[in-house]
Design a binder for this molecule. Structure first.
Ligand SMILES: [Zn+2]
Length: 209
């Protein structure tokens, strides 16, 4: 049995602060400071590991999939494209993605390039769920088209502190809670830890062992 948390951390896909003030913490694109970061690109650049990740998620969903077999796997671009594709490949079913499009003041997940028919069954897959914003928008887009979205979803990582996304069960390989703060409230800054953008400063975040 693979310890996915350990494996993903070793690969630099997942990172969590170790409460040591000498360890820097993460500045998210939103401007918030956080004790957690995930870098899905580190997984995407290793297709052979992605194959194992997809196998792991399919294994987690074994019972759910025996009851509800999807016709399609759909993931929100860009983060979930490769994992959704690989799961679809292994299940020998179809794959599609939704893509982020600015509509008025909101960014929506739009299905542009694929013809999923009304009533077809879709399993929605994500690389990481925190607020669930992208995956919920994908589900809404599909339901608005009359597509049947299965009562469970899959995500490589679940940061949401819940095993449910609305009424749907979340299947994940690794789950944990995230702490994040505004610049002024950041507990890690108060502790003396420095803050960096993780992708641009990855060498600073690597654990010294
Ligand atoms: Zn901070």
């Amino acid at each position: 049995m693979i310890d996915w948390g350990e494996k993903l951390k070793k690969m630099g896909i997942l990172w969590q602060h170790d409460c040591n003030p000498a360890t820097p913490h993460a500045l998210w694109t939103s401007g918030r400071h956080a004790d957690t970061f995930n870098n899905g690109s580190k997984l995407v650049e290793n297709p052979n590991i992605m194959v194992q990740v997809a196998e792991g998620l399919i294994d987690k969903m074994k019972n759910d999939l025996s009851i509800n077999k999807p016709d399609w796997i759909v993931g929100p671009a860009f983060g979930a494209v490769t994992i959704a594709y690989e799961i679809a490949k292994q299940l020998e079913i179809k794959f599609a993605f939704t893509e982020p499009v600015q509509i008025g003041a909101n960014k929506e997940q739009v299905l542009r390039r694929f013809d999923i028919k009304e009533g077809e069954k879709v399993l929605v897959v994500e690389d990481a769920i925190s607020t669930g914003d992208s995956i919920l928008k994908t589900i809404k887009t599909l339901e608005d088209k009359g597509v049947s979205v299965l009562p469970f979803v899959a995500s490589i990582v679940n940061w949401s502190e819940s095993n449910k996304l609305g009424k749907r069960k979340i299947n994940s390989l690794f789950s944990a809670s995230i702490k994040s703060w505004t610049k002024n409230e950041c507990e890690l800054c108060k502790m003396g830890s420095k803050v960096f953008r993780p992708k641009a400063n990855w060498s600073k975040f690597k654990k010294i062992t």
